[in-house]
Design a protein around this ligand. Structure first.
Ligand code: GTP
Ligand code: IMP
Ligand code: MG
Length: 419
């Protein structure tokens, strides 16, 4: 009997979905992406080769699997052609046996990209035309892939064989008992309905988007796993209660800035900007799509709890536990203080969220490298306690723990959540 596993981002995106999706893709027959466009950036490391995907599902490098770009996606044809050609150069010739694009996915035009670049600054968009394309879709004036490939442009000709009514093979795969992996993009807090509106993307990266963005029913889903970083990051503007250092300090930092012993010393004395810098440097927190430095902060348990509720999570996969190796003390947000009222419920009003002061619990760090451990038992007791605290705050078990970019740096904690 096959399974359907939905993997989404539990925070503001960049949780490391690429690595986990690639890991799970090995056991999947079909890998499908439901929402978003080239605003996403997944990094997958295979041996010595780094693959960066923006539109193609991460399973594309696994031979013999069917990858689907769903109807909920927005696609700039030159970008997907570029990704296909990039893979061809690395020796992966992708055919329609391996990739299908929904005929009702919407096409991003060059004009929409220009509009986004001109108008998206206030939100800090990725400038990929995402908002304007979804606007056209909702306004019912958009261009869909099925129509696009009937044209005569070189991209239309190249993509024509890949375009299909993808709900058919997807539902056939479900009926035939195949394993289906649904790969989310962005994250819960960037959801147009449930995120920090208006500082959000224009689609539904939450679990419900997996159904509407692909044409499958909720009854077909077996597990919903949120990839959750052991700390928090956000790219672009918008509220971020547990942020370390200011938005401005982060923007002024260059990618080539080294992490020095002085930074680490200052961090351990409680300097917030340096604590944030340690996480940014250890976690290589620079956008895959835009190269922007990501804002970093402590783990936010209020958001974790919210994500469990609105996504109906069955478990979380915790990534980047290794990035705390320099820290003697770690804070974790357990609640918000809003105008003197302590709450564990995430507030939907932007005004209340902007006033939220995190209530922290302080924990001992492990201050050592854990990137070579082979089992959960080998983790320092402080790291185990930290992982348990995350689990307690999220209210669902941890199914996977990741402590490095490579595939082998992954611990499976709950087999029945996976294939
Ligand atoms: P999504 O945007 O959520 O899909 O994440 P991503 O896979 O695109 O990751 P992105 O490139 O945005 O940033 C994550 C980086 O962290 C990648 O370079 C990953 O290889 C790396 N990474 C993933 N898991 C871990 C981990 O557990 N520890 C460390 N140190 N790095 C990780
Ligand atoms: P847009 O999706 O390009 O319209 O950008 C809207 C907001 O979502 C901006 O704050 C972006 O930084 C953010 N965003 C979009 N895609 C991603 C992603 O894949 N990872 C992290 N942030 C993203
Ligand atoms: Mg990313």
């Amino acid at each position: 009997m096959g399974k359907t596993v939905v993997v989404i981002g539990g925070q503001w995106g960049d949780e490391g979905k690429g690595k986990l999706v690639d890991f799970l893709a090995e056991q999947a027959d079909v890998i499908a992406r439901a929402t978003g466009g080239a605003n996403a950036g997944h990094t997958v490391v295979v041996g010595d080769t780094k693959f960066k995907f923006h539109l193609l599902p991460s399973g594309t490098i696994h031979p013999g699997k069917l990858n689907i770009c769903g109807n909920g996606m927005v696609i700039h044809p030159p970008q997907i052609v570029k990704e296909l050609e990039g893979l061809e150069e690395k020796g992966f010739k992708i055919t329609p046996n391996e990739l299908l694009i929904s005929s009702s996915a919407h096409v991003i035009t060059d004009a929409q990209i220009e509009i986004d670049k001109a108008k998206g600054k206030k939100i800090g968009t990725t400038g990929r035309g995402i908002g304007p394309c979804y606007m056209a879709k909702i306004e019912r004036t958009g261009l869909r892939m099925g129509e696009f490939v009937r044209g005569s442009s070189p991209e239309a000709q190249k993509l024509r064989p890949f375009v299909a009514d993808t709900y058919v093979p997807l539902n056939e795969a479900l009926s035939a008992g195949k394993n289906v992996l649904i790969e989310g993009a962005q994250g819960t807090m960037l959801d147009i309905d449930h995120g920090t509106y208006p500082y959000v993307t224009s689609s539904n990266p939450t679990a419900g988007g997996a159904c509407t963005g692909l044409g499958i029913g909720p009854t077909k889903i077996d597990s919903v796993i949120a990839i959750t970083k052991a700390y928090t990051t956000r790219v672009g503007r918008g509220p971020f209660p547990t942020e370390l250092g200011t938005d401005e300090q982060t923007m002024n930092e260059s990618k080539d800035d080294e992490l020095t012993d002085v930074d680490i010393k200052k961090a351990n004395k409680g300097d917030e900007y340096c604590l944030g810098k340690v996480l940014r440097k250890r976690g290589a927190e620079y956008g895959t799509t835009t190269g922007r430095a990501r804002r970093t902060g402590w783990f936010d348990g209020v958001i974790a709890r919210y994500s469990t509720a609105i996504n109906g999570l069955t478990s979380i996969a915790v990534t980047k536990l290794d990035c705390f190796s320099d820290m003697k003390r770690i804070k974790i947000c357990t609640a918000y203080d809003i105008d003197g009222e302590i709450t564990k419920d995430y507030p939907l009003s932007l005004e209340r969220l902007e006033k939220a002061k995190p209530v922290y619990e302080e924990m001992d760090g492990w201050a050592c490298d854990i990137s070579d451990i082979g089992s959960f038992d080998e983790l320092p007791k402080e790291a185990k306690a930290y992982a348990s605290k995350i689990e307690e705050l999220a209210g669902v078990p941890i199914s996977v723990l990741s402590f490095g970019p490579e595939r082998r740096k992954t611990l499976i904690m709950k087999e029945d959540e996976l294939f």
